[in-house]
Design a protein around this ligand. Structure first.
Ligand SMILES: Nc1ncnc2c1ncn2[C@@H]1O[C@H](COP(=O)(O)OP(=O)(O)OP(=O)(O)O)[C@@H](O)[C@H]1O
Ligand SMILES: [Mg+2]
Length: 253
């Protein structure tokens, strides 16, 4: 059933100064599955996500304890090339920000920086990425117009295409649909479901219904603690913990 564990967390804690954003979590993220991460504001969802591709390295005062292994290798080991790591583990943020350049260049920029130069290769990559982010049909006739002229929902799919162009193994998404129209939200959800054939996906969402729709497994965080993690279906039908039940049924307070 499972393809195994892609990322293993062993007693991982995240500190900002003296305060703990994540408190000693241990679990595995299954390969080629979607892990939904839910929980109220300040529960450590973003801190957790940033730790997975070492974006926390950039936060002043952020410190990580414990081990995070990808395919068995410690991503915090001294000899890890962080730039290469972030190519393998792409990230999409809540606010879609297209670069002030054409749709085509938005997507081909990263691959060109990474050394892909042949025009045919780049064209193929642009089409693949736009197809995979469910944006191709809407933009195929205007690839050379500015990415900034797209709607917010289209820009978010363009940002997803930009991540996909780097052919990441893991895709991290931090509330990617907050503020998007329902059609763009549905397209992103569809894209994620088809992308999991070849990618491991971690989806932080403030919309529990979204986790119920797309996540194979769901983790519920509360004040830095992992309260519950399990198969999404199971968790939404019969949560094991009272706090989970209260949160997903909206009776949280
Ligand atoms: N850069 C930072 N500096 C100091 N403290 C931080 C920083 N980032 C996060 N924290 C703290 O870590 C805790 C977890 O924050 P985090 O952003 O992970 O929450 P979240 O679950 O993503 O919340 P939200 O749903 O509002 O996005 C909070 O108490 C927050 O104040
Ligand atoms: Mg957050």
């Amino acid at each position: 059933m499972s393809d195994g564990i892609k990322i293993a967390l062993d007693n991982v804690s995240i500190y900002y100064g003296p305060s703990m954003a994540l408190k000693g979590v241990t679990f595995g993220i299954e390969k080629n599955r979607i892990l939904g991460v839910i929980g109220p504001a300040g529960s450590g969802k973003t801190a957790f996500l940033r730790a997975l591709n070492r974006l926390g390295d950039l936060d002043l005062g952020c410190r990580i304890e414990g081990k995070i292994l990808m395919d068995g290798g410690d991503i915090y080991a001294d000899d890890v090339d962080v730039v290469a790591l972030r190519r393998k583990i792409g990230m999409l943020f809540a606010l879609p920000i297209a670069l002030p350049m054409s749709i085509y260049d938005n997507i081909s920029y990263g691959p060109r920086l990474a050394g892909i130069r042949r025009r045919g290769d780049l064209e193929e990559l642009v089409e693949y990425s736009l197809q995979s982010s469910f944006l191709w049909d809407e933009v195929k006739d205007r690839l050379h117009t500015s990415g900034l002229r797209l709607s917010g929902g289209q820009q978010q799919r363009l940002c997803l295409a930009r991540v996909l162009a780097m052919k990441p193994q893991v895709i991290l998404l931090d509330e990617p649909c907050s503020g998007l129209d329902p059609i763009s939200t549905a397209k992103i959800e569809e894209a994620l479901i088809s992308l999991k054939d070849n990618h491991t996906i971690v989806l932080v969402t403030n919309n529990t219904k979204q986790a119920a729709r797309v996540a194979d497994n769901t983790a519920f965080f509360l004040m830095g603690e992992l309260i519950e993690l399990g198969a999404t279906q199971q968790m939404f039908v019969a949560p094991a913990k009272k706090q989970t039940d209260e949160y997903i049924s909206g009776r949280f307070g």
